[in-house]
Design a binder for this molecule. Sequence first.
Ligand code: PEP
Ligand code: MG
Length: 325
Amino acid sequence: TQEQARQSSTAPAVTKDGMHIEIAANIGSLADARVAVENGADGVGLLRTEFLFLDRTAAPDENEQYEVYAAIARVMGERPVVVRTLDVGGDKPLAYISLEREDNPFLGQRAIRLCLNQPDLFATQLRAILRASAGHRLKVMFPMIADIGELRRARAVLESVLAGLHTQSVPVADAVEVGIMVEVPSAALLAHVFAPEVDFFSIGSNDLVQYTLAAERGNAAVAHLQDGLHPAVLMQIQRVVQSAQHAGKWVSVCGELAADHDAVPVLIGLGVQKLSMAPGAIPHIKALIRRLTLQEARQWASQALAMESAETVRRFIRSRLEALV
Ligand code: PEP
Ligand code: MG
């Protein structure tokens, strides 16, 4: 019945041998937050804030942003919400920021690169997020980090915004966790360098695949290369998980791979304990996790890591999933 389906999607996702996997939602609006809750999301693993900035002639001011972040936080209640700072530029231009035309927008001034060059825009967004954190479990996440210097500069802006809010006695949550998207191979390979300076990592498989296989996302002509089950991607995910575990930090996967039926056992087997996905995928992925054991998933993941291609990995995992009782 519908009620049973609702209960099953809101219940936690636990493997047969007792490992709880947190299933969060990727959202891009207040309406999405409501859908996320209805679908049983344990939180928001990725709030794409771009929707507030695109298709308009001026940037949203601090209050407009604050109202939206706070409204989303209220909808999510006790659940954690990871707010990603602006990820535009390149292929998603803003009318109110003039940028040089770029031959390769995906390799250009995107995301954190753009924000670090637009200090007012960046600081305003951080102020709005920090204000909305009061009384809620908001976390801040920087996209497209490729180098430790970018993380340090972004954190310095965050610290100065926070200091300003304290001086003005504006309420802010006590400890706001700060993390980065791992979606550029340099960040995955140097995860051990980043780990001590972040609270968490969120692996953005869409971009990580694009940059690892040198295959532009959304380009149908190279779609055959865009598979996150590629061992070259899995090795990076393994590296990120191990570096995070070593430093006592948590890891989530928030790209499309997190909702990929064949990839979920591998991710869990690699030690990922949080997945974030489109709200509609949550019930199905929770049901899948309840059919798995961590022990088997670990074996499958270690076999997958030694394979030669995404195709081989996918065929292998499918055969294992079919054999599940
Ligand atoms: C990703 O790159 O995997 C990701 C989740 O970010 P976006 O799809 O918004 O680039
Ligand atoms: Mg991305």
